[in-house]
Design a protein around this ligand. Structure first.
Ligand code: AMP
Length: 283
């Protein structure tokens, strides 16, 4: 039986009981508007841990743009139904007041990760991500936690928290679940018309194009130029960045060589909706 919990104190009580029974806990943090990508994380957690806790919380602290926060899709009733039908044990759905009743004084800074890719384009975003993830880690005390590769830099940020604070939490990076068109599933896709969703598939197409060219020995600058040209030629799509970086550090690669593990990362805006995607390859 799934339990829907809305208050921090009820969650603490429930986790206390679970921990007393020496049960392993898998955590799946989400911002709701759930799709198959989210559900795949819940499925993995259920397979590996005794109790799965999913959170549905649109975290205001990680939005650097107020309009983006207001526009963020909310489908709480159907999210809860989906999680219940998946057999998720605990569904935590707090309000912002419940979580940030007292405004945190702590500020998290992730060093060079703040100045690249998402960090560079969304100032303050990773502070917000770090704060909420640390809060959920503290409240849920999970044995393991699941995050999607779609937010690759977020995963690096959370890995940094686990490393720097010596947290005993297993982090799991889950593959990106895509639409048939290749478009990465995202809650934000709900804000796009069918036509714009088709246009958005160009992001993945450009990543595949770059992947194939790199795998067949293409030079980094040429591959990058081709991918950027591919995206720039699409009407209604505004490219924010396309980068070829080291898959672990996410630092830009000046040259690419055989044996390199690379992440190809892109962000673009379509009809006012900002989308990100990436592919990891090994040369
Ligand atoms: P969000 O609700 O967008 O904050 O996402 C919650 C978690 O689901 C994050 O760890 C995301 O990386 C992950 N996620 C989002 N989209 C996908 C997807 N298409 N495939 C796999 N995981 C995803």
């Amino acid at each position: 039986m799934s339990q829907i919990i809305r208050s921090v104190s009820d969650l603490k009580n429930e986790i206390y009981k679970v921990k007393a029974a020496n049960t392993s806990i898998g955590l799946v943090p989400t911002m709701g508007a759930l799709h198959q990508g989210h559900l795949s994380l819940v499925q993995m957690s259920k397979k590996h841990y005794d109790v799965t806790v999913a959170t549905i919380f649109v975290n205001p602290a990680q939005f650097n743009n107020k309009e983006d926060l207001l526009k963020y899709p909310k489908t709480e009733a159907s999210d809860i139904k989906m999680l219940i039908s998946m057999g998720c044990d605990i569904i935590f759905v707090p309000t912002a007041a419940e979580i940030y009743g007292e405004e945190p004084l702590v500020k998290l800074n992730f060093g060079y990760l703040e100045n690249i890719l998402e960090g560079k384009h969304r100032p303050g975003h990773f502070n917000g991500v770090g704060l909420i993830v640390m809060k959920f880690f503290g409240l849920v005390q999970p044995t393991g936690a699941y995050f999607g590769q779609k937010d690759l830099q977020q995963f690096r940020v959370i890995s940094t928290l686990v490393r720097d604070f010596d947290l005993s939490i297993n982090l799991h990076l889950a593959p990106i679940i895509r639409e048939v068109s290749g478009l990465a599933m995202s809650s934000r896709n709900l804000k796009l018309s069918k036509t714009d969703q088709k246009k958005a598939a160009a992001i993945y197409a450009s990543l595949e194009l770059a992947k194939n060219q790199l795998l067949s020995g293409g030079k980094k600058e040429v591959v990058l130029k081709n991918a950027i040209n591919h995206l720039s030629s699409k009407s209604g799509l505004k490219l924010e960045y396309f980068e070829i970086v080291d898959a672990e550090t996410l630092k830009e690669k000046t040259t690419v060589n055989e044996g390199d593990r690379l992440a190809l990362c892109a962000a673009a805006i379509i009809a006012g909706v900002r989308l990100i995607d990436n592919i990891i390859i090994e040369l």
